[in-house]
Design a binder for this molecule. Sequence first.
Ligand code: DGY
Length: 326
Amino acid sequence: MKKKVIVANRLEQEALDELKKHADVSCFYNIISTENEEFVKKLKEAEGIIGLGLNVDKQLLDLAPNLKIVSNVSVGYNNLDVEELTKRNIMATNTPDILTDTVADTMFGLLLATARRIPELDQYVKERKWKGDLTAEFYGVDVHHKTLGIIGMGRIGQAIAHRAHHGFHMDILYHSRTKKQEVEEKYNATYKNLENLLAESDYVLLITPLTKETRGMIGAREFSLMKETAIFINGSRGQTIVEKDLISALRSNEIAAAGLDVFEVEPIQPDNPLLDMPNVVTLPHIGSSTYETELAMSKLACKNLLAGLNGNKPPTLINEKVWKNK
Ligand code: DGY
């Protein structure tokens, strides 16, 4: 008999079709927690969950007594209570590596778009307002040869540093849990404590995972340390910053602009003041969303899921301890 699996929110069609050959699949969309009765019913029998953005916490796990594996279609796994999963010997997996360059491309695009005001000027042209030579009020600021401060020097941080150093001749400062000798040599990067990085960077780019330690790490104090001309880019999670403090910092011109792929509440609420700020460029959390990369992530997530369900070690297991305990 095929094993029962829940697909939550995201799995590319091609991967879903393939998964259906191997598992008894129930799909749920726009699901965050245990709000849906039919979903709760399916949870009771499910041996696997695959998808994105479902809060797998104690409350959900209490309703899923047969669960063996949760396979995230994302590199970030702040939606999973890994400690609780591990306690219950349930495997957790994510999809690292394959999205690294795609997310780095998005982050660089966002940085360029914010610095050179591309969406704002696109709008200006399409609204037929371009009548003559542009005056200084429309100018952007340079990216090349400026100083980029990267907070979070994991795989994606390094791919951003690569682009910045080789493509844009930027000076790289970084802050992360550990100093990375190899990164320093490859990209001529300099490790800084957070305060110095904030004070010295023209661009501050946040790409750290959301953890207990990083939640709310950039707030009023941190924005006040940045240059008045600083451009802030967030590609990590909305909760790594204090969003209301970012709004205040932008309103009071403590920083110049922001490029945001992530928000405290997603989708962003219509009354969020960030939506009315011309110096803020927004994206709907699409760091990894190219067709090729999303499909590759979906396929890897399926591979993880089926390995776990069939008693094999998933290729990108997060909680190794569960495997060791087998
Ligand atoms: C990731 O893979 O973590 C992306 O941010 C999508 O959630």
